[in-house]
Design a protein around this ligand. Sequence first.
Ligand SMILES: [Zn+2]
Length: 254
Amino acid sequence: MSITDKTRKTLWAKSGNRCLLCRIELVQPSDGATENVIIGEECHIISSSDKGPRGNISYDGDYDGYDNLILLCANDHKRVDELVEIYSVESLRLFKVVHETWVKTTLERDVTAFANDQQNIKSLPKITSDKQIVDIINGVHMFDFNHDELRTEHEATEVGGLFEELKEIGDILSDIGYAETAKFGVHLNEEVEKLRLMGFVLFGMRRKLRLRNSKKEDMGVYDTASIIAVRQDNPSIVGDFLIAKFPTNVSFGF
Ligand SMILES: [Zn+2]
C-alpha cells in the first residue's frame, strides 16, 4: 500500500501548509533564484512495521490512510519518530485535531475580515442580544466605539456609560465565571433596551484592524470591537444592518 493522491491532498489541505508542531510553512516560497522548496513530510502516527515508531500499538485501519497520517517539517518528523515516549499515539492524534481546527478557524476569520476590508464599506449587524455583545468584546485588543450626535446630557451619560463599561468588562470577560457572565448579560439586555427607548440602536461586529504608528510603521493587526450607537431614523440603517464606511488602517499614537 502507499499513500493515495486523495489522502495526500486531504492531509496537505487540512494542514494549511503548516507543520503540525512548529507551524513553519511546508512549501517555502521561491525567492526568484530558487524554486519552491518542500520541507513537509507525511508521517505515520503508527508505523506499519512492529519495529517502527509506535509500531507496537495495534491498528485496525489503513496505515497509509488519512487517519494515521500527520504532516510535519523534516526536523519535527525526525523528532517525533525518535522521541516516541513524548510523541505518543494519543498526543499526536490530539495535536492533529488541534492543528486542523486552528487552520480552519484562523482562515475563516481572516477570509471574512479580508472580504469586508476589500470594499472598506461594512454592513454592521444590529445588536439585539447580550450574547452578541459578549462575542464582540471578549478578549479583543482594541475598542472602536462611535455614536451619532448626542443631544442631551442624559444621552451622553447613557451611551458613554455603556461604552466605558464594555471596555472594562471586555478585558476581564475571559476571567470571570459563568454566573458572573450571565448576570452581566442580563444587565446588558437592560442597557440595550434603555437605549432603544431613548431612540438609539446598536450595531457592531468584531473585526481585524491594521495599526500604524505616527511614523506610518506597521504595528500589526489587532482584534477590534466595533460598536456604533445610532439614532433609529439614521438613513444608513437598512433593515437589520448599518451600512458604514470604515478605515482599514488606523494611525495610533504610540
Ligand atoms: Zn515543524
